[in-house]
Structures are given as structure tokens and as C-alpha cells.
Design a protein around this ligand. Sequence first.
Ligand SMILES: Cc1ncc(COP(=O)(O)O)c(C=O)c1O
Length: 384
Amino acid sequence: MTTTAPATRPANPRFSSGPCAKIPTFTLEKLADAALGRSHRAKIGKDKLKAAIEETRELLNIPADYRIGIVPASDTGAVEMAMWSLLGARKATMVAWESFGAGWVTDVVKQLKIDAEVKIAEYGEIVDMAALDYKTDVVFTWNGTTSGVRMPSGDAIPADREGLTICDATSAAYAMDLPWDKLDVTTFSWQKVLGGEAAHGMLILSPRAVERLESYTPAWPLPKIFRLTKGGKLIEGIFVGETINTPSMLAVEDYLVALDWARSVGGLKGLIARADANAKAIWDFCAARDWIDNLAVDAATRSNTSVCLKFTDARITDGPVFAKAVAKRLEAEGVALDVGAYRDAPAGLRIWCGGTVETSDVEAMLPWLEYAFHAEIEALSQAA
Ligand SMILES: Cc1ncc(COP(=O)(O)O)c(C=O)c1O
């Protein structure tokens, strides 16, 4: 086996799963129009916040009667706000197949302490979504960022459910088709697929979610930062850009610039095609080798954004040490940054393939992965 370093390097070695690579055309000058030093309640600020909402609707094909709000604290803020505001009216089903989903389970079971059924699948597997009780409120993560396992579609979710579906879609939005009729609450952060900044979360509510907000008051107190209603009515301002507290207008500008780029590559369809092409380059690479494989067991559930891989070579004695050494070597060579598996996930690599990543960079990185693997195997045999 050759351990000669490849001749070419990716132009951009950023394959982090968040914050993700910025748009390929990014420069700081592109943010020159940011409404800096101005009130976010002034017309200029409000117009930009409103544009961020309406352009999100247009790009993601979100129905006109769904509310879209910009909320504090990135995706986590949006998910927590939804769970604290909506859960408790009926039993909940908490679904997880990796670390972030598991975090939402902990919040509901240990913090909110509401009546909840917990459904967990191991890393690489997915929970049987068709077997859930949709009379309950179901909380799940569309794409498990730390296992690279995603929902293949929304077909398992009934259209006539009684409970609400609350979906953390942060590593799915702008890379996968989201079936809005099956989702009552959807959240994501700008820092993921569009390579934006992590300041704010997007909270998308179906009419049924709004109905719940206006007809149910949780038994627990809600801090101002979570409050979506006043006097039993939805605070409509939040959904036209009157944010609860002060947003970063620099982050807003950056999101608007990213949306503009997203339109230039063909909108949602173009973004999905870019992520698919990136992921396919890695899947094909794995299929042609017997030492590396997808962590996702079922091909239909393989993520096209957070592609998670495991090493399967029998010569590897300590999986975590080996995977970390490969990731470190790739980083040291400057060809793939931040590609080690998430700290709670099984040993391996996680390579971000969302639309801001260029397929030519994935293709230029893969020979380096081959090189790093063989170099580490050689190091093992020398140590033996
Ligand atoms: C599925 C999922 N949920 C939540 C988060 C947390 O996102 P944030 O740090 O933007 O709040 C992440 C971050 O990677 C994630 O992948």
C-alpha cells in the first residue's frame, strides 16, 4: 500500500459540522450593508429581519399560514422555547438516535418532568417512527448530526395526528425536503447548512402549534426569553421580525447574504443536489474500500449533510485512538479540519457535506483520507 501524500489539496479544508463552511463566495466585505449601530426596531433593522423571515419561507417552501420567528440562542434556543412552551398538555414521546436528540430527552424527563415515553435507537440505527403514538406530542431530530442518520421521509407521520410533532431540523433544513404538513414545530440555526452565524434560531410553527400556544398555559414559569404569548394570545410581532430581545444585525446580514447565494445555486433544489453530490462522493469512496463504512446501517437513512464513518479494518486495535490519529493527521496536513466524530458518538469521522461545501473539495480530500488511513496502519505495524 502506498503512503505517498496526494499531489493536490482541497481549496477549502473546512468540513466542520457546525459552524459549517461559509458560502463559497464569502468575504467580510459582503456584510458591508449590515445595519450596524442602528436600532433593530428602526425601519432598516425591522426590514432586514422581516426579509430574513420571508426569504426563509420562500426558499424552504414553508406554507403561508405557518409562523416563522427569529429567536435567541441558536437552534438550542428554538427547541427549548418550543418544548417549554408547548409540552405538558398531553403525554409526550421523546425520540432519539444520537446525542442531540438524547439531550432533548433529558430536558423533558429530568427538567420538565412530564409524562413521557422514551424511544431510543443506537448510533447508526433509527427509531421506528411508524410505531409511535401520535396522540402524544412527538419530539425528534430530523437529521442526527452526530450519527449521520436521518429520517428517510415524513411518510411515517400521520397527517391527522392529535398530538404535535416538534422537530429539530438544524442539520436538515436547506439540505433535505421537509414535509411541512407533518411538522408542527421545526427549528434550525443559521450556523448549519447555510454556513451562517450561530447567534439565532429559527422557530417555525404550524397553525396547530399556534392553537396549542393560545389554548394551553404550562404549569411552570417561563422566562421572558421563552415567552411566545401574552395574555393567552400569540405575540405576532415575533413572527414579523420584532425579536424578543436584541439580535445581531451582523448575523442577520450574513444570513441574508447566504440566502442570496442559495438562490444563485438554484434554491432548495440546488442546495439538496449539492449536498447529495458531496455525500455520494464519500459513499462511493467507502463502497470501493473494505476498511471504512457508513455508521448509518440502512442506506435509506444515510445523511447527506453530516456523513459519519467508521473504520472497519481488523488490524485496528484501539478504535478511538486510531480515528483520532487519522483526524489529527488530516488536520495537520491542512486538508480536512474538524472531522473527528462527535465526542459522544462511536469512534470514527464526521465529514460535513452541506451545500456550502464544494464537491471538488470533497473529491480532493478523499485521497488524503486514504493516505492518512494507510499511514496510521503503517504506524501501528511499526509500533507492534
Ligand atoms: C441536531 C442538533 N441539534 C441541536 C444542535 C445545537 O445547535 P446550536 O449550537 O446551534 O444551538 C446541533 C448542533 O450541532 C445539532 O446538530
